[in-house]
Design a protein around this ligand. Structure first.
Ligand SMILES: Nc1ncnc2c1ncn2[C@@H]1O[C@H](COP(=O)(O)OP(=O)(O)OP(=O)(O)O)[C@@H](O)[C@H]1O
Ligand SMILES: O=c1[nH]c(=O)c2[nH+]cn([C@@H]3O[C@H](COP(=O)(O)O)[C@@H](O)[C@H]3O)c2[nH]1
Ligand SMILES: NC(=O)CC[C@H](N)C(=O)O
Ligand SMILES: [Mg+2]
Length: 519
């Protein structure tokens, strides 16, 4: 589904680890943008996409290497503003007649300071002092700027830190304005989209209207099955579909035996009684747990679960006359990560069950009305649709559920222990009023047993890890700084209240280098 009527900005991805942050900064400015890997951006693609401006991302390759990626040459003939970042700057210079060198001891990794050398609209409001902190991550450097370009800012190891051809609206910077370590970097994007003439027409109110129209167009008079988990994404997707096609919608809530304590009852009651949705409660515990028996490899678990989800949706669709569509709450980060499946420049970290885990041939056609959105945008849309705050504010819960919080082999006994521990932990978090400060929190049961002493007796039980992170969209995350008192009290409660656990640890890994889930 494409949102064609908005002003569009194109981000050409050269494989930087932080490309999605460029998209985030733009979305915050109410500018619609899409990221596409450089391989896909041909001259024809550019013409069809009709961007109002283009940003070239950073990337791991070196423009000095023969055959390294380039932007399509026609880009520079389109008469639209272009911003090149790091690798993007380097390829722009190379393609427009400048020079880039490798080595020479001018690498910069980490913090650096840029000093302005003349006034530039792109930098307006940026230099609050005589220099700005930026984040650099480059081995190559521009040694000669292209004809038409001028220097507007320098850093000790990047004499061409900010360059521009003002007449053609081409801008090129060596640092990364999209990361938090460039504290005022958002200002550059704000100036860039202003220069390009964006009006900021990307709002959730507009999105709602347009999504409803597109769903109606796509679905016609057919029936839609919606995978409903009770999570934020599928709840918002279901509400949107319900508004669009009314009783042509049937939601299927799959209980795969990997849900949290009381989750099934809560979700089914909420949607049936309070939202008037037609919900099928699919009791498929035996199917999922049976297929997962003896499996301990994380990717194998994910693939099995992804396939079974589709089998189950298909099974229920077969029972409904005219059911041709499957709706899912897939978000933009899921899509970005799935790019690597189609040969994009970045590597696959894990297969999200609803994208990478999908079978190649499917009988049902997908309806994914949230495909362009980040999590925080989905929450705004949910509020717009009138979902209760208790649902909009829920912590995310992954489709594969407790399977990926039980590293190693999954057993029913371990799942029971995990459910109890998780319930105590979340209860603690709520009691201390911390739920809304935390982006996601859960317990993982570890595949080790440890020795303890309780009531003068020896115990030999499982260890568990508590996880709690802060984040905006799950793409990067920090661990939550609980007080020691909170951690101590929670550990005591879990050990006292949950038979089978005798040791509690707190996971203080950020993402990256860790991921949020354990598998
Ligand atoms: N137990 C389930 N039953 C039916 N569909 C599910 C289930 N779990 C996940 N899905 C489907 O997979 C999609 C992706 O799952 P994901 O966990 O990313 O989203 P969510 O559960 O809707 O929201 P959240 O990320 O807040 O948990 C969901 O939107 C939903 O369509
Ligand atoms: O629906 C989902 N299907 C999946 O296969 C999946 N894997 C991870 N997650 C959720 O995604 C966010 C980022 O997780 P990671 O840092 O562990 O990759 C976190 O919010 C995770 O809970 C998933 N959600
Ligand atoms: N972060 C980047 O885009 C790096 C570009 C290029 N690989 C360099 O080392 O200079
Ligand atoms: Mg979920």
């Amino acid at each position: 589904m494409e949102m064609t009527s908005h002003e569009r900005l194109l981000i050409i991805d050269f494989g930087s680890q932080v490309t999605q942050l460029i998209a985030r900064r733009l979305r915050e400015l109410n500018v619609y943008c899409e990221i596409h890997p450089y391989q896909n951006v041909t001259n024809d693609f550019l013409t069809n996409f009709a961007p109002k401006a283009v940003i070239l991302s950073g990337g791991p390759d070196s423009v000095t290497r023969e055959g390294s990626p380039r932007a399509p040459d026609s880009l520079f003939e389109m008469g639209i503003p272009v911003l090149g970042i790091c690798y993007g700057q380097q390829t722009m210079m190379t393609q427009l007649g400048g020079k880039v060198l490798r080595g020479d001891g001018t690498a910069e990794f980490g913090r650096a300071y840029v000093t302005p050398t003349s006034k530039l609209t792109l930098l307006e409001g940026w230099f609050l002092t005589d220099r700005e902190q930026v984040w650099m991550s480059h081995g190559d450097h521009v040694s000669e700027i292209a004809p038409g370009f001028q220097v507007f800012g320098t850093s000790p190891n990047a004499p061409f830190a900010v360059t521009a051809d003002v007449a053609r609206n081409f801008y090129a910077v060596q640092f990364h304005p999209e990361v938090h370590h460039t504290p005022n970097g958002a200002k550059l994007y704000e100036n860039f989209v202003r220069i390009a003439g964006f009006t900021g027409d990307w709002t959730m109110g507009a999105y709602r209207e347009e999504a409803i129209r597109l769903i109606r167009e796509q679905v016609g008079d057919k029936q839609v099955i919606c995978g409903l988990s009770g999570g934020v994404d599928s709840s918002v997707a279901a509400a949107l579909l319900h508004e669009a096609v009314g009783d042509q919608l049937t939601c299927v809530f799959v209980d795969h035996g990997l849900l949290r304590q009381n989750e099934a009852e809560e979700v089914v009651t909420m949607f049936r009684d309070h939202m008037n949705l037609h919900v099928i409660h699919a009791e498929e515990q035996e199917l999922f747990l049976g297929e997962l028996e003896g499996v301990s490899d994380p990717e194998t678990k994910r693939k099995i679960i992804g396939k079974l989800f589709i089998d189950v949706f298909q099974k229920y669709a077969n029972g409904i006359d005219g059911a041709e569509f499957l709706a899912q709450g897939t978000l933009y980060p899921d899509v970005i990560e799935s790019v690597s499946f189609s040969g994009g420049p970045s590597v696959t970290i894990k297969s999200h069950h609803n994208v990478g885990g999908l079978p190649e041939k499917m009988g049902l056609k997908l309806v994914e009305p949230l495909r362009e959105l980040f999590k925080d945008e989905v929450r705004v849309l949910g509020a717009e649709l009138g979902l209760p705050p208790s649902f909009i504010g829920r912590h995310p819960f992954p489709g594969p559920g407790l399977a990926i919080r039980c590293p190693g082999e999954i057993t029913r006994a371990k799942l029971d222990i995990l459910r109890k521990a998780d319930a105590v932990y979340i209860d603690q978090i709520r009691k201390h009023g911390l739920y809304d400060d935390i982006w996601q929190a859960f317990v993982a049961i570890l595949p080790v047993r440890t020795v303890g002493v309780m009531g003068d007796g020896r115990t030999y039980d499982y260890a568990c890890a508590l996880r709690a992170v802060t984040s905006v969209d799950g793409m990067t995350a920090d661990y939550y700084p609980f007080s020691h008192d909170f951690l101590g009290e929670t550990a005591t409660r879990i050990i006292n209240e949950v038979p089978g656990i005798n040791r509690v640890t707190y996971d203080i890994t950020s993402k990256p280098p860790g991921t949020i889930e354990w598998e």
